[in-house]
Write a protein that binds this ligand. Structure first.
Ligand code: HEC
Ligand code: HEC
Ligand code: HEC
Ligand code: HEC
Ligand code: HEC
Ligand code: HEC
Ligand code: HEC
Ligand code: HEC
Length: 264
């Protein structure tokens, strides 16, 4: 009984007196504890679930002395007070946005919705977090941007070196995240309508009528010089005989017809 009085009289009463010793200890000795302690941990701010249910009390309620050990309310509830934050603070303090106490896998993380700064679509949905963020997601802030070029400059430089690729590092104009080929030109109408308006259905491939120089897409032909019957020189010269400043040249066609329409 000496130990009991030592505990009771040394300032740890608050916890000890609130909960009768018999809720956790048996009459036959302080150890082992009751197999099922009568104290219901769900009453605390930290219900024990999953792997926490299997842990020993003293793994969380530590103390060098018996008094310290019995100050149960001293245990901190934030994950990082007991577990090392391998992300060094980069992912914030809400560990439970991604983890629960079952395992360190991303149980609470919804790939489709939670990666809001850079939606993981196409090929990016198939790869590991670490392929972009490094191990332990230690490259979250600062080092990553969502600019395609920043991660894909190698393949881009290879394509440029092969002489078959236009020098425009704004990949998303012509590609999507599923694959590099086929290209995705669905934004093209923003620059010059080819899927709507007068030029819809009037071309076969990018290179055949318009981008005759595959290593420079800013060099376009407007189908001149016989490539496109509609834009034959004599016909065009006739059509524009009263237009000041008219020349039979692609850049000037584009200047007067930026949307590929008669009056625009
Ligand atoms: C809510 C549960 C709980 C209550 C209530 C509780 N204890 Fe404990 N007690 C523990 C735990 C947990 C340990 C550590 C067991 C271990 O080391 O595995 C412990 C350890 C001890 C030990 C040390 C045993 C050893 O062999 O080192 C003593 C002594 C002790 N308690 C006395 C008391 C007394 C006296 C009371 C009532 C005033 C009390 N305890 C109330 C949970 C409790
Ligand atoms: C995985 C960690 C963990 C384990 C294992 C654990 N606890 Fe706790 N416990 C906590 C945390 C964290 C709190 C603090 C909650 C709070 O602030 O109310 C707590 C609170 C308590 C409290 C209430 C303190 C108060 O005054 O509100 C008691 C009593 C307690 N635990 C007893 C036990 C006993 C007995 C065991 C073993 C059967 C145990 N705990 C196992 C983490 C744990
Ligand atoms: C008061 C201390 C404490 C707090 C707070 C705490 N844990 Fe634990 N946790 C433990 C202990 C002790 C274990 C069992 C021993 C171990 O595996 O490290 C454990 C185990 C785990 C495990 C299982 C690890 C494995 O390898 O199987 C996971 C996952 C886990 N905790 C996640 C969390 C998360 C998420 C939080 C915050 C919501 C949290 N823990 C809060 C003490 C704590
Ligand atoms: C945005 C989601 C996210 C958040 C928030 C987050 N983590 Fe993680 N955590 C991960 C991912 C993903 C992994 C797996 C890392 C890997 O495979 O490269 C991981 C792994 C871990 C691991 C296991 C490392 C191992 O050895 O397997 C621990 C421990 C961990 N995180 C602790 C924490 C703590 C503590 C916090 C809160 C301070 C936290 N995490 C917040 C995503 C997150
Ligand atoms: C294809 C590359 C890529 C993959 C794969 C990837 N991320 Fe990201 N992640 C990014 C980029 C780019 C950002 C945005 C960085 C910025 O804007 O600062 C980002 C941002 C984040 C952020 C910051 C919070 C936010 O949404 O703004 C977290 C957390 C994160 N990623 C976690 C993950 C986790 C967990 C995985 C695995 C499930 C993952 N990422 C997979 C590229 C990737
Ligand atoms: C934070 C880095 C990062 C950013 C930003 C990024 N990607 Fe990726 N992407 C990857 C990684 C890593 C892979 C898988 C490895 C690889 O194929 O290079 C990948 C794969 C791809 C693939 C599949 C390649 C193949 O060979 O199958 C395409 C296509 C792709 N990304 C397009 C894009 C586009 C378009 C953007 C801009 C919207 C973009 N990526 C932005 C990292 C990134
Ligand atoms: C102006 C449009 C345009 C832009 C911008 C663009 N590409 Fe392309 N890219 C193409 C076209 C057209 C092809 C040829 C597609 C085919 O062969 O079907 C291509 C092909 C590729 C290929 C396959 C090349 C090969 O040799 O197999 C890769 C890889 C590629 N692009 C990467 C990129 C990257 C990375 C970026 C941004 C840094 C980018 N592209 C920007 C139009 C573009
Ligand atoms: C100086 C401005 C200017 C230039 C340069 C110019 N156009 Fe025009 N274009 C016009 C105007 C204005 C009309 C309308 C003429 C009219 O109705 O009399 C027109 C009419 C047309 C039409 C007839 C539209 C229709 O539906 O009947 C076509 C096709 C055309 N241009 C194509 C071209 C091509 C190809 C070039 C380059 C070789 C070109 N234009 C250069 C101003 C220009």
């Amino acid at each position: 009984m000496t130990i009991v009085s030592m505990i009771v009289f040394s300032g740890a009463q608050e916890d000890l007196t609130k909960i009768p010793c018999g809720q956790c200890h048996t009459p036959s000795g302080w150890r082992p504890l009751l197999v099922e302690t009568r104290f219901n941990h769900d009453q605390t701010l930290f219900p024990l679930r999953e792997k926490h249910q299997m842990a020993d009390c003293i793994q969380c309620h530590r103390g060098n002395t018996n008094e310290e050990l019995h100050q149960f309310s001293m245990a901190e509830t934030t994950c990082q007070s007991c577990h090392m934050d391998i992300h060094h603070g980069f992912l914030g303090t809400s560990c439970e946005n991604c983890h629960n106490s079952q395992s360190w896998e991303m149980t609470n993380w919804q790939k489709a919705t939670d990666h809001f700064a850079f939606p993981l679509e196409g090929a990016h949905a198939q790869i590991e977090c670490s392929d972009c963020h490094g191990l332990g997601l230690n490259q979250i802030s600062g080092t990553l941007t969502n600019d395609c070029f920043s991660c894909h400059m190698n393949v881009y430089n290879q394509a440029l070196a092969a002489g078959t690729h236009s020098d425009n590092p704004n990949c998303i104009l012509c590609h999507n995240t599923r694959a590099w080929t086929p290209t995705d030109m669905s934004h093209h109408d923003l620059f010059f309508p080819i899927f709507t308006g007068k030029h819809r259905g009037e071309w076969s491939t990018c290179e055949a009528e318009c981008h005759v120089n595959p290593s420079d897409y800013t060099d376009f032909s407007c189908g001149l010089n016989g490539v496109c019957h509609e834009h034959g020189q004599s016909k065009m010269d006739d059509e524009h005989d009263d237009e000041r400043g008219y020349v039979y040249d692609s850049k000037s066609c584009f200047q007067c017809h930026p949307r590929g329409e008669e009056d625009d």
